[in-house]
Design a protein around this ligand. Sequence first.
Ligand SMILES: NC(=O)c1ccc[n+]([C@@H]2O[C@H](COP(=O)([O-])OP(=O)(O)OC[C@H]3O[C@@H](n4cnc5c(N)ncnc54)[C@H](OP(=O)(O)O)[C@@H]3O)[C@@H](O)[C@H]2O)c1
Length: 175
Amino acid sequence: MLSVIVAVASDGAIGRAGTLPWHLPEDLKHFRRLTKGHTMLMGLNTFISLPKVLPGRKHIVIADDPSYCFDHPDVIVKHELIPALLEAKAAQEEIFIIGGGSIYRQAMPYADKLYLTRIDTVIPDADTFFPEVSEEDWQAVKEGDPLTDPETGWSFRYVDYIRRPGECSQEPEKL
Ligand SMILES: NC(=O)c1ccc[n+]([C@@H]2O[C@H](COP(=O)([O-])OP(=O)(O)OC[C@H]3O[C@@H](n4cnc5c(N)ncnc54)[C@H](OP(=O)(O)O)[C@@H]3O)[C@@H](O)[C@H]2O)c1
């Protein structure tokens, strides 16, 4: 099963100059709670932006550069995205797509579930965006109460979506 996890501003912004445009400790805890013990799939830019290899999680890193490698027992580098997505989708366990913009765009048609943190702000100088979550394709199944970040005063909330029945995500046999 393939899940997308992302924090997104009201204007769709998710990144700025290679990093997150915000520091929301509560959201980082939410990310850790959901992903701990699971496999995470990400693009090379997102991997590079992490402060370290995240403990207790396997990292699949997608890099175009065939010479890129990273020697760590919890990191696997792959050079082709679609086979990696299909393998992850067919897995029994929940595998998380954790970004960034280019991987989200390519992976959304394959995703079964979305975990969105909706942040009630706009980022005027953002350079990376999340695709629109169409209500035709996605149904909100869990909507958290608004929370407030004590540092910025921004409000945010967690919303989980599942793909609507009939709106099939890409299956291996259809490719
Ligand atoms: N708000 C959030 O929840 C969130 C989460 C994650 C990331 N972000 C932000 O998103 C930004 C990074 O996003 P991004 O779009 O720049 O980068 P990205 O998606 O993390 O990584 C892009 C890289 O992945 C590789 N790649 C992508 N598609 C590929 C494919 N089909 N086949 C092979 N390799 C492929 C390429 O590596 P090569 O370099 O080898 O070509 C490409 O340069 C940062 O600002 C980050 O902080 C935000």
